[in-house]
Design a protein around this ligand. Structure first.
Ligand code: GLY
Length: 395
């Protein structure tokens, strides 16, 4: 296991100064992104972009499997909020209906990714337009998610059949799914959603971070006793490394649990997890697919960078002016976003129908390597919109 007890000092020096990223730069980046979205709206009205692209082009898929469809509907809600243009709302509303059917008929939902699917498509629809059918679908998705809660060990099982002892594990990504449960607790006043989210979060943060606050991707528990067994990777470079997107899920996920619980230790944890991420970025501030790499030819994961930026913009709301890291995080968010806009966006790539180039889905499986992926596009849009308006979380 790697150790670095000086992580926070090292980060402080790196992001002491602010880069030059103006409101105008962000507005132009948003216009470029909207242009791409407009070009693709007709193709992705009744169908959705695939999770990752092929030669930088998404292909149309149905809303019947996987975990990525919510990101495109989320992008449309962001576009609607940024512009007020009803075209985006109309398409998003058509798509919401497919989410209603999917959870009603339990199509392709034998997994934990209900938050990625339903927070961005249906919680957002309810929040922005008061759509009651979307609220109902999001609550059904929350019920489905709690059905994966395992009492022994107190966590939500990520993948596989619930009665499969070999699948008895959580994954760090799920910190982004449990906000759906916190939201469900709020709208129904039923505490059990909150309790399950809370216990899952506590089990996760206790086990998934190493001493240096790098994250395992997944963590196994003993199905008989619930005792912690071991951390292993699924999409990272090795069991001992920090898969870049996992670390970014950890940043944003820990912070979202703070937003709902207001438990102060989560702010301290956010800082430590974030320092590990920031300290392992290469020269251009956009992570390689695994934080083991800081130079060389390995592919980048621009989606991890976009997720990290959103978390850095969110933490700004919760730190007061006297916090020694407030400015550092503001500077880091801008540096990373500037790099994404200038070097990774598709603004000069007429061939691509995505927004962000150079992401990785799953390197060990050679899946979506150096391609666009739809969550990278979503978080890039979320970051741009956050900087241009007072944005309420869909999460
Ligand atoms: N949640 C799956 C991934 O980040 O690839």
């Amino acid at each position: 296991m790697k150790k670095n007890t000086d992580e926070s000092i090292y980060t402080k020096t790196k992001y002491e100064n602010s880069c030059h990223l103006t409101k105008k730069d962000i507005e132009i980046a948003l216009e470029e992104a909207l242009k791409k979205i407009d070009e693709n709206l007709a193709v992705f009205t009744h169908q959705f972009p695939s999770e990752s692209s092929i030669n930088n082009r998404y292909v149309p898929i149905d809303n019947d499997r996987g975990w990525g469809q919510g990101f495109w509907t989320g992008i449309l809600w962001l576009a609607y909020e940024a512009t007020g243009d009803e075209r985006y709302r109309k398409v998003a509303e058509l798509q919401v209906k497919t989410f209603e059917t999917r959870i009603e008929e339990k199509i392709g939902v034998n997994h934990h990714d209900m938050g990625f699917l339903y927070s961005l498509s249906c919680v957002s629809a309810y929040h922005l337009t008061g759509n009651e059918a979307a609220k109902k679908a999001a609550l059904q998705a929350a019920d489905h998610l709690v059905s994966r809660y395992r009492e022994k060990g107190q966590f939500i099982q990520a993948w596989g059949d619930i009665d499969d002892p070999k699948a008895y594990r959580l994954i760090i990504d799920c910190l982004m799914n449990i906000p759906l449960l916190y939201w469900a607790a709020g709208v129904t006043k039923e505490d059990h959603y909150y309790q399950k989210a809370y216990h899952h979060m506590r089990t996760t943060v206790k086990n998934i971070f190493r001493e240096d606050f790098s994250a395992y991707h997944t963590f196994y528990f003993d199905p008989e006793t619930g005792a912690p067994v071991k951390g292993v990777t699924h999409q990272g470079h090795s069991d001992d490394s920090a898969w870049a997107r996992g670390q970014a899920w950890g940043m944003y996920g820990v912070l979202l649990s703070y937003v709902y619980t207001k438990e102060k230790d989560l702010i301290d944890l956010y800082k430590k997890v974030t320092h590990y991420f920031l300290n392992h970025l290469p020269e251009d501030h956009v992570s390689y697919w695994d934080l083991d790499f800081m130079s060389g030819d390995e592919p980048r994961d621009s989606s991890a960078a976009a997720i990290a930026v959103c978390s850095l913009l969110e933490i700004d709301k919760w730190l007061d002016e006297t916090d020694p890291f407030k400015k550092i995080y503001q500077n880091a968010a801008k540096e990373i976003l500037k790099s994404l806009i200038e070097r990774y966006s598709t603004k000069e790539d007429p061939n691509s129908n995505g927004l962000l180039l150079h992401a990785v889905y799953a390197k060990p499986e050679n899946l979506g390597v150096d391609e666009c992926n739809i969550w990278g596009d979503y978080f890039y849009m979320e970051a741009l919109v956050r900087l241009l308006k007072d944005w309420d979380l869909y999460w």
